[in-house]
Design a protein around this ligand. Structure first.
Ligand code: ACO
Length: 169
């Protein structure tokens, strides 16, 4: 029997200060399988194309991540009254050779539901991912974003460090 509420990673990686500073009707926690029905993919649809993902495919993807403890940290903010996911973000921890086999955190796929934007949930998601980056031993967190989000990330304490380059396949 699958436990739909088993956290993707240990809850000790959730920043206690950020968690306790959320408004009482929200909760910050690791992704869990029940978040498929709680609309986590719909929140990502505010960011980009997600496609038609079945619950089976979602489960496979979460279990792949769960098997790689210390690498995939997907966090969500749930609105308790509705049981819906209203915010989501990922930290992917990369192991490198440089900087004495250092670790770098990659911040990916940040989204807050349209109806919940402007309530400081986004800044809390980034703060929570920074906490995970520090706790896992990353020497920095990095991210790519479009120019219209630059000021949001500046408010989260990030600075512009160059160009984003891409090649699509
Ligand atoms: N431009 C300038 N300032 C911004 C922007 C923006 N696009 N978005 C938020 N801010 C400011 C807010 O005004 C606020 O400023 P204040 O503290 O002075 O009042 C501060 O940043 C914090 O804002 P939040 O309320 O925490 O932001 P929100 O919860 O709305 O989340 C987010 C911001 C995540 C960008 C949200 O608008 C969103 O989901 N947008 C659509 C998806 C998206 O673009 N995601 C980011 C992709 S980049 C990546 O994934 C690495």
């Amino acid at each position: 029997m699958i436990d739909m509420s088993a956290p993707l990673f240990p809850t000790s990686f959730i920043c206690p200060d950020i968690s306790s500073n959320l408004a009482p009707d929200y909760t910050l926690r690791p992704l869990q399988l029940s978040d498929y029905k709680a609309g986590c993919l719909d929140v990502l649809r505010d960011l980009t194309t997600v496609g038609d993902i079945t619950e089976e495919r979602f489960t496979e993807q979460v279990e792949y991540m769960r098997a790689r403890q210390g690498e995939y940290f997907v966090i969500v903010i749930e609105k308790i009254a509705t049981g819906k996911v209203v915010g989501i973000g990922t930290l992917l921890v990369e192991r490198k050779f440089i900087h004495e086999c250092g670790l770098v955190g990659h911040i990916e796929d940040i989204a807050v539901a349209k109806s919940e934007q402007g309530k400081k949930l986004g800044i809390k998601i980034i703060g929570a991912l920074d906490f995970i980056g520090k706790k896992t031993g990353c020497y920095k967190n990095i991210l790519d974003c479009s120019p219209h989000n630059e000021q949001f990330y500046v408010k989260c304490g990030y600075s512009n460090a160059g160009f984003e380059m891409t090649k699509r396949f």
